[in-house]
Design a protein around this ligand. Structure first.
Ligand SMILES: Cc1cc2nc3c(=O)[nH]c(=O)nc-3n(C[C@H](O)[C@H](O)[C@H](O)COP(=O)(O)O)c2cc1C
Length: 203
């Protein structure tokens, strides 16, 4: 697949086959994804790959985000989409594995050390880390798609972040997103992309 086909062909997958994804395949995907750029090349992200019992416990926790998310969706989408979305939060579409991406907490929350070189204000450093994690996640989605796997980038589970962090013993990290991963059991149509978002100057 060329890069154009990979980028345009990736979809958010919300229904998965029960077939397991081997650790080897996940290792290959992560090894590629971790070539993402990062602010000052810090690479201070952490990925947790989960399956089995812990995955089941995670799914049960994520279901608790439903009642936070539903009111927001009701403002934006028709009933059918809301029901599908709620079902996805209930079971993560049956995805056999889930990846979680973490970055260090904001300094004000849980870090005492100052940047000795004083190059970044803490919030700027946090901004860098978030953007770097987003680059890693997009690499992950695209590489998984190139391997025939489906994914869905999810921020909704942030509503139940504390419980997720407790499950994985994360005391000093912030959850950026979770990404269910598995072999797709659906081929959703591509949601249209907005036009008119580019301003050309001097062309
Ligand atoms: C930052 C971010 C957060 C997202 N959070 C969720 C989420 O919580 N639940 C969900 O079902 N999809 C989530 N998505 C997926 C988007 O709904 C999806 O990317 C968008 O509708 C476009 O569809 P596509 O990915 O198939 O191109 C998220 C995507 C991004 C980039």
């Amino acid at each position: 697949m060329d890069i154009d086909a990979i980028v345009k062909g990736r979809r958010s997958i919300r229904k998965y086959q029960p077939q397991e994804v081997s650790r080897q395949i996940l290792e290959d995907i992560l090894a590629t994804a971790l070539w993402a750029p990062s602010g000052s090349n810090r690479q201070d992200w952490e990925v947790i790959a989960v399956r089995g019992e812990k995955r089941d416990q995670l799914v049960a926790i994520v279901e608790g985000a439903k009642h936070h998310i539903q009111p927001n969706l009701e403002k934006l989408f028709p009933e059918k989409i809301i029901q599908l979305s709620m079902q996805f939060f209930k079971d993560l579409g049956g995805a056999p594995a889930v990846l979680l991406v973490y970055i260090p907490c904001k300094e004000s929350q849980c870090e005492t050390a100052q940047d000795k070189r004083g190059r970044f204000r803490p919030d700027v450093q946090h901004f860098d880390r978030l953007l770097s994690a987003a680059a890693l996640i997009q690499n992950l989605l695209l590489t998984a798609h190139a391997h025939g796997l489906g994914t869905c980038w999810m921020v909704g589970p942030k509503y139940v972040e504390e419980k997720i962090n407790d499950l994985f013993g994360m005391t000093d990290k912030e959850l950026v997103s979770i990404i269910p991963i598995g072999y797709p059991d659906q081929t959703p149509p591509a949601p249209p992309r907005k036009e008119g978002v580019i301003r050309w100057e001097g062309f």
